[in-house]
Write a protein that binds this ligand. Structure first.
Ligand code: PLP
Length: 456
């Protein structure tokens, strides 16, 4: 069977039987062929036609150590043979979940020592929402239910996590959005600052929108503020330096809880194990998923601080919440091995020392391109904003069209970046070397030039 035949067959079966996440099912069914990925090798994925594509998105902000790591495969195999599954309900435990919990407590901020596991980022945020509301009930303040988050935030796709997120196209299908969430402006200086407003002044204004919302809701009704340290799916929006210290000041002033959604930023993405450390904040809860196992197997969780754990310990009532796969032994064994490899290969400090600066240097090369309004990076996260008019920051009339054109050029040239409307975003594996930065640079130049020619 030729590759092409196999590809067509897979695409047809896919169209007939597979409902994709976040996709337009009409065009998928109409035969707008999907690309079939069959293999991963280090920083590359390989499609069914044999193309090697440099993956600038680490799968989906996930494969921090790259593809095809046999040590992780061996860890999964060994654990499957030893104990493939047992639950952690009803006062049972097993060695991998204990070892991983201990390891996570070691790399988490000092005031955090406990972890509740799940399988997806959405689940971890649902758990966090329940923990936040349960905490306030235990403290005798059950009226505190409102969680303030940001517009354009992505916290997952379950009804609660989707409602905590601030994406209108996600809310659109919740019929209606779950109650108790409010959304304030996100700290997006390039898009939302006033003419002449410095990033620092803008950062303070964006943080103070939280204070204003707390007062509107009545502080006695507010339970928590939730935010991604760097807004990922919303377009790699990197807050100005003044933002997070002011957010911390505001949550402290009102005594509300702080939830850091580190599903993208956790596990070294910005050069510290957790971005909370990078931004100097003290969250009461940190949600994580994706890169905990470098995506080799699903595992997520909520890191819970001592203050919340103390409240949980103040009663002998059950916390009636859990997932069959909370603390799955195989997932825990893979996560442990993944963290061991990251430590051994110094992948996290390298984001500060070499890979992060290399990404910043790479993107800076394109800041003068006629199509580029702004480039921004932090650690191994980056964005290139495409605009109709560089001087006035004017957007394209049909948001997302040019981003898709550009994304398709990237793909054709053998490089994956994701389009968030007209912002091209990038989150490569932390293992990139000079060779990959060079390869990406050549493709970005070509793809931007081709996109410019298409839209001029
Ligand atoms: N939180 C953030 C910041 C995310 O980026 C995502 C997914 O991209 C989620 C939560 C949801 O994670 P999952 O898709 O594993 O449910």
């Amino acid at each position: 069977m030729s590759n092409r035949f196999q590809t067509k067959q897979i695409q047809d079966l896919d169209a007939q039987h597979h409902l994709h996440p976040f996709s337009d099912h009409q065009s998928l069914r109409a035969g707008q062929n999907v690309r079939v990925i069959v293999k991963g090798e280090g920083p590359y994925v390989i499609d069914s036609e044999g193309h090697r594509i440099l993956d600038g998105m680490a799968g989906l902000w996930t494969t921090n150590i790259g593809y095809g790591n046999k040590e992780l495969a061996q860890a999964a195999y060994d654990q499957m043979v030893e104990l493939p599954f047992y639950n952690t309900f009803f006062k049972t435990t097993h060695p991998p979940v204990v070892a991983l919990s201990r390891k996570l407590a070691e790399i988490a901020p000092a005031h955090i020592n406990q972890v509740f596991f799940g399988s997806s980022g959405s689940e971890s945020n649902d758990t966090a929402i329940r923990l936040i509301r349960h905490y306030w009930a235990l403290k005798g303040e059950p009226k505190r239910r409102i969680i303030i988050s940001r517009k354009n935030a992505y916290h997952g796709s379950t009804i609660a996590a989707g409602s905590m997120g601030g994406m209108s196209h996600v809310h659109q299908h919740s019929y209606p959005v779950y109650e108790g969430f409010r959304h304030v402006m996100d700290p997006y200086w390039y898009g939302d600052s006033f003419p002449g407003e410095t990033p620092e002044a803008f950062g303070l204004r964006a943080a103070r929108a939280i204070d204003e919302e707390i007062l509107r809701c009545g502080p006695e009704n507010v339970a928590a503020f939730a935010g991604e340290p760097v807004q990922g799916a919303g377009g790699v929006k990197i807050a100005p330096s003044t933002y997070w210290p002011e957010v911390q000041r505001i949550v402290d002033k009102y005594g509300i809880l702080l939830l850091a959604d580190e599903v993208i930023t956790g596990f070294g993405r910005v050069g510290t194990w957790f971005a909370s450390e990078f931004y100097g904040i003290r969250p009461n809860l940190i949600t994580f998923a994706k890169a905990a196992t470098s995506g080799y197997i699903p595992l997520s969780g909520v890191l819970v601080d001592d203050k919340i754990v103390e409240a949980l310990m103040s009663t002998d009532d059950d916390f009636n919440h859990g997932y069959t796969f909370s603390g799955h032994p195989v997932a825990c064994a893979v996560a442990l091995k993944n963290l061991e490899i990251m430590e051994r290969d110094r992948l996290v400090p390298k984001v500060k020392e070499t890979t992060g600066p290399a990404l910043a240097k790479l993107f800076a090369r394109f800041k003068d391109h006629p199509l580029v309004g702004e480039v921004r990076t932090v650690g191994m996260l980056g964005a290139i904003e495409l605009v109709a008019d560089k001087k006035t920051r004017k957007r394209f009339d049909d948001p997302g069209r040019v981003g898709l054109i550009c994304r398709d050029h990237f793909f054709r040239e053998g490089f994956i970046m994701r389009a968030v409307y007209d912002t091209m975003v990038c989150a490569p594996p932390l293992t990139w070397t000079d060779a990959q930065f060079e390869e990406a640079g050549a493709v970005i130049q070509k793809a931007l030039d081709q996109t410019l020619a298409d839209v001029s």
